[in-house]
Design a protein around this ligand. Structure first.
Ligand code: SAH
Ligand code: DHB
Ligand code: MG
Length: 235
């Protein structure tokens, strides 16, 4: 482990101690995930709190999450929703979903959170077909090679003002390494190419370091309605 990683982890501990703090439901969700053998790839505590603060800042009532794992980011996001809030989270792995459901229930969020089991490229078209109210915040954090496809669905399920957040877009800087043909990295490149050409969002990507290493996330604010809004499309 490079010295810089030890420093990043120590600073994350400092931030957690000062600004995040212990929380039985959140800490328990990570512990239950670890005990069940889930990979330790949930957002870090400070990143989870960032998701929570962003959801609060935009006064989100509805959230769509793609990639549940043990429900750690789910709990952070669901807790930010006002009365009547709803969160739908999509997960492909049935045993992960079982762990997540228990964690979500332990956090008292079972009436706010709906977990849909299945590959997101199957469950997203079904969700679109239900013609739901648009989501205020969408968090894309599943298989990284599909992030651009998930972004296309996210746009369809959004309204002007929605925030679309995509995790793990930097990958140790492999994003700009011409030698990397990792599908996850290609996914992030494709996402950035889409965003460069996309007129309906204003986006930026932030590089991050911390307990999860060197990575980053993309924030896209939907500024114009998608084509299905028809007569109300201001373009
Ligand atoms: N958002 C979680 C971490 C998600 S890790 C957190 O921060 O707490 C990525 C998750 O995406 C894993 O649980 C994995 O099983 C799931 N996943 C992978 N491929 C998927 C797919 N095609 N559809 C839905 N979920 C998928
Ligand atoms: C991986 C997935 C994540 O969502 C993450 O935050 C880190 C790593 C992974 O699949 O390796
Ligand atoms: Mg992630």
């Amino acid at each position: 482990m490079p010295a810089s990683q030890q420093r990043w982890t120590a600073v994350d501990s400092f931030i957690n101690d000062k600004l995040v703090g212990p929380d039985p439901a959140l800490d328990g969700a990570l512990e239950a995930g670890a005990a069940a053998g889930l990979p330790p790839i949930a957002v870090s505590p400070s990143q989870g709190k960032l998701l929570h603060l962003l959801a609060e800042a935009i006064q989100a009532h509805t959230v769509l999450e793609i990639g549940t794992l043990a429900g750690y980011s789910t709990i952070w996001l669901a807790r930010a929703l006002g009365p009547g809030g709803r969160l739908i989270t999509l997960e492909a792995n049935a045993s992960y979903a079982e762990v997540a459901r228990a964690n979500i229930a332990r956090a008292g969020l079972q009436d706010i959170v709906e977990l849909r089991l299945g590959a997101a490229l199957d469950t997203l078209p079904k969700l679109v077909a239900e013609n739901p109210d648009p989501f205020d915040l969408i968090f894309i954090d599943a298989d990284k090679q599909s992030s651009p496809d998930y972004f296309t669905f996210a746009l369809e399920l959004s309204h002007p003002g929605s925030l679309i957040i995509t995790d793990n877009v930097i990958r140790d800087g492999a994003l700009v390494d011409p030698a990397s043909d990792d599908p996850a990295v290609e996914g992030s490149r494709r996402l950035h190419a889409m965003l460069q050409a996309e007129q309906r969002v204003s986006a930026t990507t932030i590089q991050t370091v911390g307990s999860k290493g060197y990575d980053g996330f993309t924030l896209a604010l939907v500024t114009r309605p998608h084509a299905h809004d028809g007569a109300h499309d201001g373009r």
